[in-house]
Design a protein around this ligand. Structure first.
Ligand SMILES: O=C(O)CCC(=O)C(=O)O
Length: 262
């Protein structure tokens, strides 16, 4: 499986520009021979919460149609980053994944909203998560701040995920956290982790990429610079079972001793 990460410059509030950039980058990524392509968090508008009403869409709105058409056009799996989607209880930060026929295969809405960036004032959290079959292999999506909550990634691993995609707009001042958390999630869960960060600025923060593709041993297969870039890596998901056999973390867990709050 060849994965391409679109480390995309996002212009806050400029949907047209962002759409053009995404289209160009998806075309470039497909030319690299990727069969799985991923976009960053909130790539349509950035964190333009003041104007959320201009950016929110329905679940089958224009961004969903665009992503579906692009997946089909290039015959690739498309992890569609995320964008604001209207639900009956409010707007969620939602990621859609399409298969190479352009059919929606996974929907995930960010569960942990980041108060530090006012996300919780404007959006409502998702309330469920699940793995999906990416060409027969179990895969999962979480979004940005979710990476700090080890329980979510571990739950995905326990549900069988071998690869975890994490679209993000992670600010540069906490870049060390981003890099460390991505690697930790890969090592502790013995799975591939693909972190797709943005570049650019909004009213409060600067984003400087450092997207990463990390293998289940914690090795970096690809790492982004601080500007627009397409990163690629060939991944072999059979490594996951090999590493899980070599260090049988899942077999050696002692859930009977863990204090899990409910
Ligand atoms: O966890 C962090 O420090 C940043 C998270 C973030 O930028 C986000 O969730 O959009």
């Amino acid at each position: 499986m060849k994965i391409a990460v679109c480390q995309m410059p996002i212009v806050q509030g400029d949907r047209e520009k962002n759409r053009k950039t995404a289209e160009q980058m998806l075309t470039e990524a497909a030319k690299c021979g990727a069969n799985v392509i991923a976009l960053p968090e909130m790539w349509t508008s950035g964190y333009d919460f003041q104007n959320l009403s201009l950016h929110e869409e329905s679940l089958n709105g224009e961004t969903a149609l665009f992503l579906s058409a692009q997946a089909k056009k290039f015959g690739v799996w498309l992890i569609g980053g995320s964008h604001p989607v209207r639900y009956p209880d409010g707007v969620r930060n939602t990621s859609l994944t399409f298969d190479p026929n352009g059919t929606l295969q996974n929907t995930y809405s960010k569960i942990h909203l980041i108060g530090l960036m006012n996300e919780d004032k404007y959006l409502v959290p998702g309330d469920h998560f699940d793995v999906f079959s990416l060409g027969g292999e179990s895969a999962a999506v979480e979004i940005c701040y979710d990476v700090r909550f080890t329980e979510l990634s571990r739950s995905y691993a326990l549900m069988g995920a071998k690869i975890l995609f994490i679209p993000a707009e992670f600010p540069v001042q906490r870049e060390d956290h981003w890099v460390t958390l991505l690697r930790a999630r890969a090592i502790e869960n013995q799975m591939y982790v693909v972190g797709i960060n943005a570049v650019g600025k909004n009213d409060n923060d600067t984003f400087k990429g450092k997207s990463m593709i990390i293998d289940p041993w914690g090795q970096t297969l690809a790492v982004g610079c601080d500007s627009r870039e397409i990163l690629t890596a060939d991944v072999d998901l059979s490594n996951v079972s090999e590493i899980r056999q070599m260090i049988p973390v899942f077999k050696d867990r002692k859930p009977e001793y863990y204090k899990i709050d409910k």
